[in-house]
Every structure is written in structure tokens, then in C-alpha cells.
Design a protein around this ligand. Structure first.
Ligand code: HEC
Ligand code: HEC
Length: 344
């Protein structure tokens, strides 16, 4: 009787295996997803509140070229509205055409990151914005006073900063620049289809997006890319099961956080990036070494989890990542610049 029993259990195994390819139970998937992710919860700013006034000033500053050494670089130079707030380049180009050592991430939803930059070498949005003024491959100012001098030379900023920082005697200062720019960045959260799903609409995702989400969770991607940002809340080694550069083809491996902390334990450690809007922010990784998202997904499977993903798995996960694309916020556009001094 052994043989038939084996046959029965084999058949059962085959049946249950094929049952897994059946359409996904949307309610179960929603329950599983809610264990790992939270929907974005943008809070609209009360009109005319101090925070709203600062965000509006921050928007103007974000698109202000005249604060850079060559007069051509604003924050938006590398975080472009038509590129989902990234720039489409492997590595960003700043003042006088100088190349940045790393790729420009999208800044949409960056307000949710636990630290800023690939290596987490900026604690907050405020610190990030202040230090950009001096970055030799961003604005290139020799010191903060030089940057503030450029703003002070544009007459309308005196009133705008005074309105946003009414208690300050000398409101055009680097700290207030950082505060205003960060207030603007807090307005740049981009809810997507995935948030509708997480908020309870179990049918918000297409069958392929749902299949991709299911694989994203089952493969282990969500052990690192989780929370409201689908990433952005931990540091992890890039290359857990093998050297990343062998897969990405990176010429000179970046040592990651080890160069920041001087601690060997941080060798090749980077911030786990948020995957919101990733479908629109090629090329990928800290050095922009990979152009194609499906390839980036397969590399992740291989070097982070030691798993080989099929073309179908990667395509489904890419479809899921597409469901994380939100609309470009209406205020992510340049206002009419203030006139120069002496302009009529
Ligand atoms: C020359 C191009 C360039 C300019 C100009 C620039 N950035 Fe960036 N931005 C980058 C690059 C490159 C990174 C990644 C740097 C790193 O990780 O070492 C980055 C990272 C960031 C991050 C962190 C995002 C994350 O997910 O970690 C924020 C926020 C940001 N920039 C905001 C700004 C603001 C605000 C300004 C203007 C004050 C600005 N950037 C100006 C290129 C630029
Ligand atoms: C052990 C943690 C970990 C796991 C598991 C993991 N990732 Fe990542 N992921 C990272 C880190 C760290 C980076 C940043 C790598 C770098 O320095 O460029 C990253 C980067 C990415 C990027 C590039 C994002 C960008 O904007 O350039 C994508 C896409 C991505 N992961 C998708 C996935 C997918 C899909 C899976 C599952 C197959 C996965 N990840 C599993 C940690 C992880």
C-alpha cells in the first residue's frame, strides 16, 4: 500500500503547488501587507499658518539659482519636477559642471527618512539643506555668509524671511534657510495606489501588482524595505551574500558608511532607500550603476537574499513598484523669481 499512498501525497503536493499560482486572495495579501507597511498620511497645512508661510518660502528657495556660485544651480537642478525629483543621471552634476560622488535620489517622501543621504551622513532635512550651500559639487559657496549675501542682494527676500521668521532680528540666516526648505519638503509626500490598498481597498492593485507585492513579501524584500516609506528607516550592507560590484559592474566600490563612521563594521553599509517612485527614478543604486529596474530587482534578490529571481518574478515585482508612483505635487514647480536688485 505504500506506493499508492506516495502517489496520493505527490498528487496533493502538485495540486497545492499549482494552487499557489491561483489568483491571490486580496484580503489575505492586504493583511500581510499591513504587517510590513503603513500608508502615507499627509497632513494639509492650515492656510496662512507659520508652517505654510515657511513652506512657501522654502519652495521659492528650492528653485532659486542665484544662491549658487555660478548662478545656475538650485536644489531643483538635481531634483527635477519631470524626473520625479531625481535627475536621471548616474551621478549628479553641480556648480561649474562638477560631478557629485553619488546618484541623486528623489526627495519626494524624504521627510520620512530616518537619516538623509545614501550613507546617512545628514541627520535631518534641515542639516541637509544647510550643507548643500557649501557642497563643492552642489552650490559651491566658500562659506555660509557668502550664500546668505547672495540672498540678501535680492531685495524681496528681506520681507519674505521676516514674514516666515517674525521673531528674528536677522532672519536671512543658514538655520532659517534650512527650516524653510525642510518645511517645503514636508509638503512633498506622494500617496499612490498602494496607499489606497493599504488603507483597506483590497482591489486597488492590478492582478500583476498584487502578484508582485506577494513576491516582494515572500522573497524577503520587505525585511529591509518596509514602513511608510517602503524603506528609508535602516542601514544595511549592500552585498549581504556577495560583493555588490560584481553584479552592478561598479568600477570603484564605494565603502558606504565606513567612510563616514571610520568603523569597519560599516563597510559597504548604506541606508535602505525608500522605493516609493522608484519606477521613475532610474538609474539605480548609490552610484547609478544600473539603468534597468528589473535588473536592479534581480541584483537585490541575489546579493541581499541569495535568491535567483526569474524574469517573471522580476517583472511582477517591477509592476508592484510601479504602484508606488505618486503624482508630482502641484507645488513642486518654480514660482516667478523675485527680481534682481535694481531691476525695474
Ligand atoms: C548638484 C546636484 C544636487 C543639488 C544642487 C542638490 N542635491 Fe540633493 N542630492 C543630490 C545627491 C547626489 C544626493 C545624494 C548624496 C549622497 O547620498 O551622498 C542628494 C540627496 C538629497 C537628499 C536626501 C534624500 C535621501 O533619500 O537620502 C535630500 C533631502 C536632498 N538631496 C535635498 C536637496 C535640497 C533641499 C537641495 C537644495 C538645498 C539639494 N538637495 C540640492 C544632488 C543634489
Ligand atoms: C538586507 C536588506 C535588503 C533586502 C533584503 C533588500 N534590499 Fe533593496 N536595497 C537595500 C539597500 C541597502 C539598498 C541600497 C544599495 C545601494 O547602496 O545602492 C537597496 C536598494 C534597492 C533598490 C534601488 C533603489 C534606488 O532608488 O536606487 C531597489 C529597486 C531595491 N533595493 C529593491 C529590492 C527588492 C525588489 C528586494 C527583494 C528582492 C530588495 N530590495 C531586498 C537593502 C535591501
Amino acid at each position: 500500500m505504500r506506493f499508492p499512498t506516495l502517489l496520493v501525497s505527490l498528487t496533493a503536493a502538485i495540486l497545492s503547488n499549482s494552487a499557489r499560482a491561483e489568483p491571490i486572495d486580496a484580503k489575505k495579501l492586504l493583511d500581510a501587507a499591513q504587517q510590513s507597511f503603513q500608508p502615507l498620511a499627509p497632513t494639509p497645512l492650515a492656510k496662512d499658518s507659520l508652517q505654510a508661510v515657511r513652506a512657501e518660502l522654502g519652495r521659492r528657495l528650492f528653485f532659486e539659482n542665484r544662491v549658487s556660485m555660478d548662478g545656475n544651480v538650485s536644489c531643483s537642478h538635481c531634483h527635477l519636477p519631470d524626473k520625479q525629483a531625481s535627475d536621471g543621471l548616474p551621478k549628479a552634476i553641480g556648480v561649474f559642471g562638477k560631478e557629485n560622488p553619488r546618484n541623486a535620489p528623489s526627495i519626494f517622501n524624504a521627510a520620512l527618512n530616518f537619516k538623509q543621504h545614501w550613507r546617512g551622513d545628514r541627520e535631518s532635512l534641515e542639516e541637509q539643506a544647510e550643507k548643500s550651500l557649501l557642497g563643492p559639487a552642489s552650490f559651491g559657496n566658500p562659506d555660509q555668509a557668502s550664500a546668505m549675501g547672495k540672498l540678501k542682494a535680492i531685495p524681496a527676500y528681506a520681507g519674505a524671511f521676516a514674514k516666515a521668521f517674525p521673531d528674528d532680528k536677522d532672519p536671512i540666516n543658514p538655520k532659517n534657510w534650512g527650516t524653510a526648505v525642510a518645511a517645503f519638503e514636508w509638503t512633498l509626500l506622494t500617496p499612490s495606489k498602494f496607499d489606497a490598498f493599504l488603507s483597506g481597498d483590497a482591489n486597488a492593485l492590478s492582478p500583476q501588482e498584487a502578484a508582485g507585492l506577494s513576491k516582494f513579501i515572500d522573497t524577503g524584500c520587505a525585511t529591509c524595505h518596509n514602513g511608510a516609506g517602503v524603506g528609508g528607516n535602516s542601514f544595511q550592507k549592500f552585498g549581504v551574500t556577495g560583493d555588490y560590484w560584481k553584479e552592478t559592474g561598479s568600477k570603484t566600490p564605494d565603502k558606504g558608511r565606513a567612510d563616514v563612521t571610520k568603523d569597519d563594521a560599516d563597510l559597504y553599509v548604506f541606508k535602505v532607500p525608500s522605493l516609493r517612485n522608484a519606477a521613475k527614478t532610474a538609474p539605480y543604486f548609490h552610484d547609478g550603476s544600473v539603468e534597468d529596474l528589473a535588473r536592479a530587482v534581480k541584483i537585490m534578490g541575489k546579493v541581499q537574499l541569495g535568491k535567483t529571481l526569474s524574469d517573471k518574478d522580476a517583472a511582477d515585482i517591477v509592476a508592484f513598484l510601479g504602484s508606488l508612483t505618486g503624482a508630482v505635487p502641484a507645488n513642486y514647480s518654480a514660482p516667478e523669481p523675485y527680481p534682481d536688485a535694481g531691476a525695474k
